[in-house]
Ligand binder design. Sequence first.
Ligand SMILES: [Zn+2]
Length: 86
Amino acid sequence: MHETSLIKDMLATVRQMREEKKDSPVKKVTVELSEFGSMDEEHFRFHFDEETRGTELQGLGLEIKKVPIGADAKLVSITFGGQETI
Ligand SMILES: [Zn+2]
């Protein structure tokens, strides 16, 4: 699976949550990557930057956690101004 569509889906979730939170600023997202999955961190970050650049989400922080089992990549939390959601 390629990262682009996956990241687009994640960003759609972020935008939706942001709207529900009345446009409060999003600080970062936390994504779990499987250590044995098909995505490496550098490559994932590259696509993440590419998909956020020039949008209202540009500069959004990305925290990556490597996990031994699980999906190749999974959005685990969105941090709004200091508080965790989802
Ligand atoms: Zn790629």
